[in-house]
Design a protein around this ligand. Structure first.
Ligand SMILES: NC(=O)c1ccc[n+]([C@@H]2O[C@H](COP(=O)([O-])OP(=O)(O)OC[C@H]3O[C@@H](n4cnc5c(N)ncnc54)[C@H](O)[C@@H]3O)[C@@H](O)[C@H]2O)c1
Length: 713
């Protein structure tokens, strides 16, 4: 017997175990092993029924995404094909019971649905998350799922991509029993019952009671497509998956499968699937740091302490408590501390109201956060994170104090978004313990943490930061210590270009609409109003000395600042805001823009949406290329992850650097040269971009070439 698949017999039931660690992916060898095991089990006179179960921590977790990647790139032997193996399972002459623990997602659930019955442990997760990768279920999932759960639930599961737990799966009819206790025992017992009763071999492909009727289903498809457009803006797969489910309800099974296949192939060969698969692997690759091996020792963060209970400190305290880490939260005055704790409580209460977790869980989390006005207990902390105001003097003072209080092996982190980590570290006697942990707001929700490595930061401290990010359920990306680090450094020229565009003839709402339609979570002016024009103004002042000669600086922002139009918080900024904080285009702002342009002698002209996208996104890509060449990011893919997880860049475009590759670097560079000629020096193409464009190369290829160096290093 193939070692990937093992066959034994228990109490008159053949048990087939799939052993393809870590997640029992359906990679080559598994289907073949499964067929061989089924053949043998069918022939075995001592077995009346068959149980298929995953070895290790999960059932079949899904398809092998490496294979999907090859198929998306048009390489390999084409998209994986499971029709034969699924038919083989379904046509088995003895009842086949699928026993599910861990996850049965995508291909895993598709295999499970080919069995005659399914049982699962209570916390098993089952679902069809393919849309997250820009594809649809490609192994008959769209055909079997509606036959088991009905059309409406199938549409919802496939469009949302969200997994469900066993009890809900039981209610929907996706599984037949929830097994408490030992799964194998329970599954064997269930299989014996089925065999004894002489229950029919229930073939999912032959079921039709739940497929509904044409006129009832029609409204479900309309609602499903609507859900797809709303929740998965601009994406192909979530719309297409509804077409495939419609085929299940209107065509015979075999024809429905053919239709699903056509749609699957169309989706997997799309730019969207390639981008999302890139994003999937990019996120998993960020923790690979060339000089930090996987087994680098880390400091165990058992207790944390945070300075500042404002927007960020409070959010980070919640992130720690959510991960079970007790945290001391220090403020300078009682009022600020009370405000901070009240916000934390309100956030948790909202989650309880929405049913995300129970009151008991909330109480446990609240109990882990200890508000205080002193440094009491800080000497015990394994990590101290400073989230006070953005001021170098203040941060240096605080780190000077920490130097006296913290134990020698305590990691000292700052959440600064713009200040020099080395300068902060310089006031301590242990700069090797100092690191930047740049969380994003709201810190209890946003997944990105830029891990800023100073010149003295020790390797174990970097490894600790990566491990901590993971423990907090976040994505830690290691970046270098330059102005604005990676994310904000690229954001600055993006914002500047957007503002120049309005002075040249666009309006804030046109720029925002173009960016939103491109896929950004929010338009940049709406972002500016949310973050605060006062903050943007202060950042601008601080960076003034970095302005290059010949760089035209936008003028309107300062005017808004001096008018007290700070954005949402004052009810007006680039937009006006109603009581629901809905942005409303403001003629007063248009007038200020026109007057400013007139006074500065800037001719106003019609600006196309294409130009808006090119100017805003290409300037960001150009900055990304500089960052990469200067070594402040390790990989182009790291920059993509930063923008996907922290800045609302659309996943289906793969991040700014991947998007540049899909446009073609030569085209991007040539357009940048045109902008250079039209606007000025700040549009000079980055040397790396120039070089790759001339060589007909991509950022992805640059990453791959450096991956090799990393492997050697
Ligand atoms: N707000 C964001 O979106 C964001 C995002 C990333 C990083 N940051 C950075 O995080 C830091 C905090 O920003 P914020 O938005 O939370 O500011 P905030 O003004 O909301 O909170 C800062 C808090 O720190 C407290 N504080 C000041 N000095 C202190 C001291 N010595 N001891 C204890 N508490 C003290 C203040 O009372 C205040 O409550 C800044 O460095 C900022 O640049 C902010």
């Amino acid at each position: 017997m193939d070692q990937l698949v093992n066959l034994t017999t228990h109490d008159g039931v053949a048990v087939i175990v799939i052993n393809n660690p870590p997640v029992n992916a359906l990679s080559p060898g598994v289907p073949e092993g499964l067929v061989a095991a089924l053949d043998a089990a069918e022939k075995d006179p001592s077995a009346d029924a068959i149980v298929i179960i995953g070895g290790g921590r999960t059932f079949i977790a899904g398809a092998d995404i490496k294979e999907l990647e090859l198929a998306a790139a048009g390489r390999g032997s084409g998209p994986p094909e499971f029709h034969g193996i699924l038919a083989r399972i379904e046509n088995t002459a003895k009842p086949v019971v699928m026993a599910i623990h861990g996850t049965a997602l995508g291909g895993g659930n598709e295999v499970a649905m080919a069995g005659h019955y399914r049982v699962a442990v209570p916390d098993a997760q089952i679902g069809q998350p393919e849309v997250n990768l820009g594809i649809i279920p490609g192994a008959e999932g769209t055909q079997r799922l509606p036959r088991l759960v009905g059309v409406a639930a199938a549409v919802d599961l496939c469009v949302s991509g969200k997994p469900i737990r066993a009890p809900e799966a039981l209610k929907l009819g996706l599984i037949d029993r929830v097994i408490e206790g030992d799964l194998l025992k329970g599954a064997v017992h269930f299989a014996r019952e089925i065999a004894k009763e002489g229950a029919p071999l229930r073939k999912t492909s032959e079921l039709s009671e739940k497929l509904g009727s044409e006129w009832v289903d029609a409204s479900i498809y309309v609602a499903g497509r609507d859900q797809a457009r709303r929740t998965r803006r601009n994406m192909l797969a979530p719309l297409k998956v509804v077409d495939a489910i419609e085929a299940a309800a209107t065509l015979p099974f075999e024809e429905g499968c053919k239709k699903e296949r056509e749609i699957f192939v169309e989706c997997i060969q799309s730019d969207q699937a390639r981008a999302l698969i890139h994003a999937f692997f990019a996120e998993r690759a960020v923790a690979k740091i060339p000089d930090i091996p996987k087994d680098m020792p880390v400091y165990n963060i058992r207790e944390a302490a945070i300075i500042g209970a404002g927007t960020m400190g409070g959010g980070i305290a919640m992130a720690c408590a959510n991960a079970g880490i007790p945290v001391l939260l220090k403020e300078v005055e009682q009022a600020a501390l009370d405000r901070g704790m009240a916000t934390i409580r309100r956030n948790y209460e909202n989650s309880v109201k929405k049913g995300r977790f129970s009151q008991e869980v909330m109480d446990q989390r609240m109990a882990l956060i200890h508000p205080q006005l002193t440094y009491e207990g800080f000497e015990r902390a394994d990590l101290i994170l400073e989230a006070a105001f953005e001021s170098m003097d203040l941060k240096k003072r605080i780190f000077g104090e920490l130097d006296k209080i913290a134990k020698l092996d305590c990691v000292l982190a700052t959440n600064t978004s713009t200040l020099d980590i080395d300068e902060i570290a310089s006031v301590t006697g242990i700069p090797r313990m100092v690191i930047g942990l740049h969380f994003f707001s709201p810190a209890n929700v946003m997944r990105l943490v830029e891990i800023v490595r100073g010149k003295a930061t020790s390797k174990p401290v970097v490894a600790t930061a990566l491990a901590l990010a993971k423990k907090l359920g976040k994505v830690g990306v290691v970046v270098g210590n330059c102005r604005g680090f990676v994310g904000n450094r690229m954001m600055l020229p993006y914002m500047r270009e957007a503002q120049l565009l309005v002075e040249e003839g666009a309006t804030p709402e046109q720029v925002d609409r173009a960016l939103y339609n491109f896929g950004m979570a929010m338009g940049i002016f709406a972002v500016d109003d949310m973050g605060g024009i006062d903050l943007a103004y202060r950042v601008r002042q601080e960076y003034k000395h970095l302005e290059k000669p010949g760089m035209r600086m936008p003028l309107v922002l300062e005017k808004l600042f001096h008018m007290g139009r700070y954005g949402q918080k004052t009810g007006a900024g680039w937009y006006r805001y109603d009581e629901n904080r809905k942005p409303i285009p403001d003629p007063e702002v248009h007038a200020i823009i026109e007057k400013t342009a007139h006074e500065a002698g800037i001719p106003r002209r019609h600006i196309s949406d294409d130009e808006i996208i090119e100017r805003c996104i290409y300037i960001m890509i150009n900055e990304g290329a500089k960052i990469l060449e200067e070594g402040y990011a390790l990989r182009a893919a790291d920059i993509d992850v930063i923008y996907l997880t922290g800045y609302g860049f659309p996943g289906y475009r793969g991040g700014p650097m991947w998007y540049a590759d899909t446009v073609g670097l030569k085209r991007v560079r040539d357009r940048i040269r045109e902008f250079r000629a039209q606007h000025g020096e700040w549009w000079e193409p980055a040397p790396l971009l120039d070089k790759l464009a001339d060589q007909g190369q991509t950022f992805a290829a640059w990453d791959a070439a450096h991956e090799h160096e990393m492997a050697v290093a």
